[in-house]
Design a protein around this ligand. Structure first.
Ligand code: NAP
Length: 279
């Protein structure tokens, strides 16, 4: 089937923030392709979106495997003819210590959080350039800038995603294909942070966090207004990000004062593999 409506491919749509993004893109009129490994969850979301009148397709995908990415692209183009917007949202961190994870585990974090978005973009970019239109939205994190504890590989990948977006935008915008990065602080209501808090019986504070719906709204704004970067944090997010770059000690002090250090110590103890065996 081919359509003339625009199609958005949203990765990581099986749970968390990705579900908010997918619902918001569908509501905005996009055909939506949902990608993640959990087939049942994305099929349920596709059913929900179709019941509200949207065109939606679930494609079970492991984004860290090249053949799975290629199959995702082929299925999307078969169903909708073309992909106009990629929302590289899938990502996350196992919340374990850098030295206690094997190199392969660290590499996998990097693969999911930066190489997979780059590869998916690389696969879809030629079609976008042929049509002279397209937008890539990458979901990154303030983790590297704020020096969030125990996130070495994740922070490197998410900072890498910001650099990738910046250069991609500069190189292809003149040919109709733009790119934006959404840099997230702590998100409540859905996603890894909220889930970890729930698991440990911790309250997710309203102060200092942003709702998952704000991320979905930021993705739409990035595409509609062609914004280079949106920082989803309470207060002046972009200024805060700049200050964190300028003053390296600021992030760790904030983490200490806000109790993030102590909380994350609890989290990594909780995440230790059963039996205390580490890599
Ligand atoms: N939550 C926060 O506070 C926060 C803060 C900063 C940045 N972020 C970023 O926001 C994005 C969404 O995070 P979230 O909190 O919503 O995470 P989440 O609830 O853990 O959801 C992660 C999504 O990524 C998918 N995914 C993971 N590995 C995958 C793989 N190999 N192949 C395909 N899909 C995969 C998961 O689906 P399957 O498991 O079904 O594959 C799931 O749909 C991530 O990029 C994250 O780094 C989140």
């Amino acid at each position: 089937m081919t359509t003339t409506a625009e199609t958005a491919l949203v990765t990581g749509a099986s749970r968390g923030i990705g579900q908010y993004i997918a619902r918001s893109m569908a509501k905005a009129g996009y055909n939506v392709v949902l990608a993640s490994r959990s087939a049942t969850a994305i099929e349920a979301l596709a059913d929900e979106l179709r019941s509200k009148g949207a065109a939606a397709m679930a494609v079970p995908t492991d984004l860290t495997h090249a053949d799975s990415l290629e199959a995702l692209v082929a299925a999307s183009e078969r169903e909708f003819g073309h992909v106009d917007v990629i929302v590289n949202n899938a990502g996350g961190d196992p919340q374990r210590e850098f030295d206690q994870m094997s190199w392969a585990e660290n590499e996998q974090i990097f693969r999911l959080n930066v190489l997979a978005p780059m590869q998916l973009t690389h696969l879809l970019l030629p079609g976008m350039l042929r049509r002279g239109r397209g937008h890539i939205v990458n979901v990154s994190s303030i983790a590297g800038r704020v020096g969030f504890p125990y996130t070495e590989a994740y922070a490197a990948a998410k900072d890498g995603l910001i650099g990738f977006t910046r250069v991609l935008r500069g190189d292809y915008r003149g040919r109709g294909v733009s790119a934006s990065v959404i840099v997230l602080g702590a998100i409540r209501d859905a996603g890894q942070g909220q889930r970890t808090s729930d698991e440990l019986g911790l309250a997710m504070p309203r102060f200092g966090t942003s709702p998952a719906s704000a991320v979905a709204a930021a993705v739409l704004t990035a595409v509609r207004k062609d914004r280079p970067e949106i920082v989803v944090m309470p207060g002046p997010g972009r200024l805060m990000k700049a200050l964190l770059d300028l003053f390296w000690g600021l992030g760790p002090s904030m983490n200490r004062m806000a109790g993030a250090d102590a909380t994350m110590r609890r989290v990594i103890e909780h995440r230790k593999p059963a039996g205390g065996e580490e890599a």
